[in-house]
Ligand binder design. Structure first.
Ligand code: NAD
Length: 489
């Protein structure tokens, strides 16, 4: 379907070469049709090892880590090359990730490609060296200089839901900082990664071994990368459960693990907000990309006195959003990524029913879609915040609506979660909004529809939603070490 990838199977990128997988190929599936799109290279443990060795060699034996201007040039070149292939990448992303076309104009593709410019500029403008001045610790006159240096070899492990956003949010800063990278994408979206690999290898000056891309059907390669003694840092995005395994694996060699994990974020409507308007926004948001977003606000907390009005408004919006072909320009809700993911969402809908929840709208597979892993957007009412569907991440278009008894209770409910990724607050009184935004323990918060997503704004989680921040200067500094040089005299 794309000239970027060979018809007989996409390739790995190892040591600057596009190569076949040691374990042959595996199929990549179009989730909207259930048909195989084609083949991807299936890397094995030896391929992963070769990729790490190539990254290590490129870090240790080239000037990549020291030549800031060259890295900025390479990142700009990569951005331009990706932009020249944007329509092929769009088609591929829609087909492989089931991403609705409209979102490929923003965070699914064009946004993160454009954001490589931010990483490129950081490579050139960042203060790599800071003079701490002269001091006399222990009576010895000393000039102290603080240097920031790349960590070394970065292992990047990603999920499938926003393949390009997460890829470039890792590759951009990791490369700008001077690291080399072994990138292991999710088995569900190997072509999105392989296409980036082909462009990077053939259309940029990025030296051999600086970026290595290892697609595989085997999750075990993620564990191998995590435990590999030649890897210095793991940058992981995925589920909280896998995040725990990554942290344990990283402990074997005591490497830093930077984790972007799951969420169960709250959408808080205060009693001075436009209740129906706010609830319609919450309902729309949960349908975007079939709810497959870590930061989507899946718990709607509304004033108890306005509960019925809130349920009605959310239900009306959800009922109006029909899951459909992601290639169509007006589709908001495409398919789930896989049969496995749909079974997971359906299991949660069963649990909601068995725990006494009321399915107000949705709750099953759409009648008009015979093929594809589609599920109806669903609103669940009459469950407490302790219900399984209010606590666990479903990763589908499912919204739970829960009443609160005022601002403090809304803060309590929002925080009564193992997660702390994102959230939204709607109201009119600035003092009350400030109190609520102070009280909610999450990494990002939107107020009245404000957008926290941008290249210069850090993103990440409190509690079991993660450790560290992606994007912004904070995200860039995750990829740096700190060295202090103390010179006597
Ligand atoms: P997942 O955790 O199943 O897999 C993520 C990646 O980890 C894949 O590449 C997988 O092959 C790899 N992996 C699996 N086992 C591993 C192990 N033991 N060691 C190392 N790597 C291993 O997640 P998923 O189902 O692909 O994606 C959905 C999850 O990702 C959701 O929980 C979602 O919230 C989360 N997510 C978080 C963010 C964020 O920025 N916080 C963004 C997007 C998605």
């Amino acid at each position: 379907m794309t000239s970027l990838l060979p018809a007989d199977g996409a390739r790995l990128l190892i040591g600057g070469k596009l190569v076949e997988g040691g374990d042959g190929v595996f199929a990549t599936i179009n989730p909207a049709t259930e048909e195989a799109l084609g083949q991807a290279a299936n890397a094995n443990a030896a391929d992963l090892d070769a990729a790490v060795t190539a990254a290590r060699t490129a870090f240790d034996q080239t000037d990549w880590s020291r030549d800031h201007a060259f890295r900025a040039h390479c990142l700009e070149q990569l951005r331009t090359a990706l932009q020249s292939h944007i329509e092929e990448l769009r088609e591929l992303t829609i087909a492989e990730a089931g991403a609705p076309a409209m979102f490929t104009r923003g965070p699914q593709l064009e946004g993160p490609v454009a954001d490589l410019a931010y990483s490129a500029s950081l490579a050139e403008t960042y203060s790599w060296e800071t003079d701490l001045g002269v001091a006399e610790p222990m009576g010895i006159k000393t000039r102290r200089v603080l240097r920031r240096e790349p960590v070394g070899v970065v292992g990047a492990i990603t999920p499938w839901n926003f393949p390009h956003q997460i890829t470039f949010a890792k590759l951009g800063p990791a490369l700008a900082a001077g690291n080399t990278v072994v990138f292991k994408p999710a088995p569900d979206t190997p072509w999105c990664a392989a296409a980036v690999g082909a462009i990077l290898a053939e259309e940029t000056d990025i030296p051999a071994g600086v970026v290595n891309i290892v697609t595989s059907a085997d999750h075990g390669l993620g564990a191998q990368l995590t435990e590999h003694p030649l890897v210095d840092l793991i940058s992981f995005t995925g589920s909280t459960q896998t995040g725990r395994a990554v942290m344990r694996g990283a402990a074997t060699t005591l490497k830093k693990a930077f984790l972007e994990l799951g969420g169960k974020s709250a959408f808080i409507v205060l009693d001075d907000a436009n209740i129906a308007g706010a609830c319609a926004v919450a309902a729309f948001s949960v349908c975007v990309h079939a709810g497959q977003g870590c930061a989507i606000t899946t718990r709607l907390l509304v004033p108890r006195a306005a509960y019925d009005e809130a349920v009605q408004a959310a239900a009306a919006t959800i009922a109006g959003i029909k899951p459909g072909n992601p290639a169509e320009s007006r589709t908001v809700c495409g398919p789930l990524i896989s049969e496995r993911q749909r079974a997971r969402v359906e299991r949660y809908l069963d649990i909601a029913r068995s725990e006494g929840g009321r399915i107000v709208v949705g709750g099953g597979r759409p009648k008009n879609q015979e093929r594809g892993f589609f599920i109806e957007p669903t609103l669940i009412a009459d469950v407490p915040n302790t219900a399984t569907v209010a606590r666990e991440e479903i990763f589908g278009p499912v919204l739970v609506v829960i009443p609160h008894d005022g601002d403090d209770d809304a803060i309590r409910l929002a925080n009564d979660s193992p997660y702390g990724l994102s959230g939204s607050v709607w109201g009119t009184d600035p003092d009350r909004i400030r109190r609520v935004t102070n009280g909610v323990r999450t990494g990002t918060l939107s107020v009245n529809g404000g957008v926290w997503y941008s290249a210069d704004a850090p993103f990440g989680g409190y509690k079991q939603s993660g450790i560290g921040r992606e994007m912004g200067v904070a995200g860039f500094e995750e990829y740096l070490e700190t060295k202090l040089i103390a010179t006597a005299g």
